[in-house]
Design a protein around this ligand. Structure first.
Ligand SMILES: [Zn+2]
Length: 67
């Protein structure tokens, strides 16, 4: 499998692991293509801060995807 694991499929921006984890959490646990925070916000039609808060929420709640 040759999926690109580290850049946004929409804008091509390099991704950090939290962004990849959030894609798995919100969209598909087995996702192999990912969106950056900006594009996730657009996808869900929410403010970027909502996405950032969500990452913090999962991390504080000890979600295994966020380390
Ligand atoms: Zn993007």
């Amino acid at each position: 499998m040759t999926a690109n694991y580290d850049s946004c499929i929409k804008c091509g921006k390099a991704l950090v692991s939290d962004e990849i984890s959030l894609n798995r959490k919100l969209i598909n646990r087995n996702a192999v293509t990912f969106l950056c925070i900006d594009c996730l916000a657009e996808y869900f039609k929410v403010d970027k801060n909502v996405i950032v808060d969500r990452i913090r929420f999962y991390r504080e709640n000890g979600c295994s995807l966020f380390k």
